[in-house]
Design a protein around this ligand. Structure first.
Ligand code: NAP
Length: 272
């Protein structure tokens, strides 16, 4: 039986066991995927013993993504650029680390708003861990300018510096001026989670009519920011598909079959 894991600290909130469990059942695969809480002090020991504990690999989540990046034997292109690992697998005895968040973000938009890759100016709100993967994917799509606005300006500036001259960091107070310039707008902040305060983000009144708007928060599925965009009849995409699609490459590596993201999966993950 093939086994995979997701490690984090804490880990009880993770939806990954449910998501991979759905695919294991659906495809009738003799495998398991389980959440393992690993305290930061035990991370190195856990990583060293992955194979001897019978695992083919697994996922890595907060707070371990950056430390795992430092200790794997080999990184894929996305993990190298993003500076964080969320997926582990073996090639022989070599431990490989990849980052599938960028892929998941892009694949979700490709499914619901395929035109998103044709824009010229993007606006990324937030500069945390998730924003790094998103800026990477936006640049890969050929955008000429990616504005990054964050409450803490130094983080926006550090992120822009990581990805070069097409990225421009701005103060939070510039958000309202930048919104009308963007073809593609993504909220990567945790504002909006669990009914967070919608007034923290400015109104979308002057946004271009053809702009595509997405939020990576998926609890609630329609954040106040997405609702405001929807009310303005802008094209919107919610964040759940990013979670579902980022899981595809890992499942394929551990269990040998590329799974599909379907409405049934979406409803299953949303339910209960
Ligand atoms: P993070 O590293 O903690 O970054 C949080 C970001 O939100 C920072 O930019 C932070 O700004 C900003 N922020 C938080 N509260 C704010 C407020 N009151 N006003 C303005 N800005 C605020 O978190 P992350 O890993 O990037 O994740 C961000 C969100 O995305 C989380 O809700 C997470 O659940 C979600 N997420 C979804 C997916 C998916 O698959 N859909 C994947 C990853 C993450 P400062 O820098 O100023 O603190």
């Amino acid at each position: 039986m093939k086994q995979a894991f997701v490690i984090g600290f804490p880990i009880h909130h993770s939806k990954s066991p449910k998501l991979h469990g759905f695919w294991l059942d659906h495809y009738g695969i003799d495998g398991s995927y389980k959440a393992v809480e690993v305290e930061p002090d035990n991370l190195t020991r856990f990583i060293e013993n992955i194979q001897s504990n019978g695992f083919s690999g697994g996922n890595v989540t907060i707070p371990h993504k950056e430390r795992v990046y430092e200790i794997v034997d080999q990184l894929d292109e996305a993990a190298t650029a993003i500076g964080a690992v969320n997926t582990l697998w073996f090639e022989g005895s070599k431990l490989c680390g990849g980052n599938t968040d960028a892929y998941g973000f892009g694949a979700n938009l490709d499914a619901y708003a395929p035109d998103w890759r044709n824009g010229d100016v993007a606006l990324v709100i937030g500069a945390g861990g998730a924003a790094r993967a998103i800026v990477f994917e936006i640049l890969k799509s050929g955008y000429s300018t990616v504005h990054i606005v964050n409450r803490t300006y130094s983080r926006a500036s550090a992120l822009a510096n990581m990805f070069g001259s097409k990225c421009k960091a701005s103060e939070w107070s510039k958000l309202e001026d930048l919104l009308p310039t963007a073809d593609f707008i993504v909220n990567t902040t945790s504002i909006g989670m669990d009914g967070g305060n919608e007034t923290l983000l400015p109104a979308l009144n002057k946004v271009k009519e053809q702009a595509i708007v997405t939020d990576i928060v998926y609890t609630p599925l329609q954040t106040p920011f997405l609702k405001a965009a929807d009310d303005r009849q802008l094209k919107t995409v919610d964040g759940l598909g990013m979670l579902l699609h980022q899981a595809v490459p890992g499942f394929e590596r551990w269990f040998g079959l590329r799974p599909e993201v379907t409405d049934d999966l979406r409803n299953f993950v949303l339910g209960g």
